[in-house]
Design a binder for this molecule. Structure first.
Ligand code: GLP
Length: 254
């Protein structure tokens, strides 16, 4: 695991966009695992700028998103399909037929999860998986629990996650109670993982994920077992690591 320090959110976003761009330049038909939430928005903005400047071509890129709320259609402005269209896909030359997000309206969610695992397999696996992190250490919507779930599955969202995502909805009652999410196994199968974290609210989750025990109670901690993980975190998110670990030399400052 390599941890890169960023001054602030913009710096984190710039560094992340550079790594994603490098992946696209090195493999123009790469499969990108994409994430939602406020964390990756700045990186997506920078990718759009690079595309507009003529430096980045998405025409052969395929994507698989981590998760989707159960019960929201792709037109709902809080669905993750809508988020991806709005924050990235509508602004670059990606073929939307090559973009995948679980179907939150599937009549048979279990069958949809199986289909989604199959999609990831058919795509040939994920080259670069982008991740944010929840305040409780969740990745995708893999909430703290007793076992790591391997494949795409339906989850019951924790009250904490619903509360923290309520800021995007008009009230907490509108936040779905369930979601479809890639499993930890899907994420761990990615060739490379890029985890972003910004703000003090993420400091504890980041510290525990990078330096605590590997446990499904802190889902992101499993990343310690992946051979190619890059973490880019701003100073606020790094604050507990800086204070507690004594592993300063594991942090790349640049
Ligand atoms: C959601 C998403 C995650 C995301 C997390 C953090 O629950 N399912 O993929 O990483 O929120 O969101 P934010 O980046 O807004 O803090």
């Amino acid at each position: 695991m390599k941890i890169y320090a960023a001054k602030d959110y913009n710096d984190m976003s710039r560094k992340a966009a550079n790594i994603i761009s490098a992946q696209i330049l090195l493999k123009p038909d790469a499969v990108l695992g994409l994430a939602t939430g406020s964390t990756p928005v700045g990186a997506y903005r920078q990718l759009i700028e690079k595309h507009e400047a003529g430096d980045l071509d998405f025409s052969r890129i395929h994507s698989v998103n981590l998760d989707e709320y159960k019960g929201l259609s792709g037109d709902h402005d809080q669905s993750y399909r809508y988020f991806m269209n709005h924050n990235l896909f509508d602004h670059v030359n990606i073929d939307k037929a090559n973009t995948n997000v679980p179907n939150g309206l599937a009549e048979d969610p279990e069958a949809e999860c199986k289909r989604y695992n199959h999609v990831i397999e058919e795509e040939g696996g994920i080259d670069l998986q982008l991740l944010g992190i929840g305040n409780n250490g969740h990745i995708g919507f893999n909430e703290p629990c007793d076992v790591f779930e391997k494949g795409t599955h339906v989850v019951t969202l924790t009250e904490e996650t619903r509360q923290s995502n309520a800021r995007f909805f008009t009230s907490i009652d509108e936040v779905p109670t369930h979601a479809l999410t890639m499993g930890v196994g899907n994420i761990m199968s990615a060739k490379k993982v890029l985890l972003l974290a910004s703000g003090e609210g993420k400091a504890k989750a980041l510290y525990e994920s990078c330096f605590g025990p590997v446990t499904p109670q802190v889902p992101a901690s499993v990343l310690q077992l992946h051979s190619d993980v890059v973490v880019i975190a701003d100073e606020a998110a790094l604050s507990l690591i800086r204070k507690n670990t004594g592993w300063e030399d594991m942090i790349y400052d640049n």
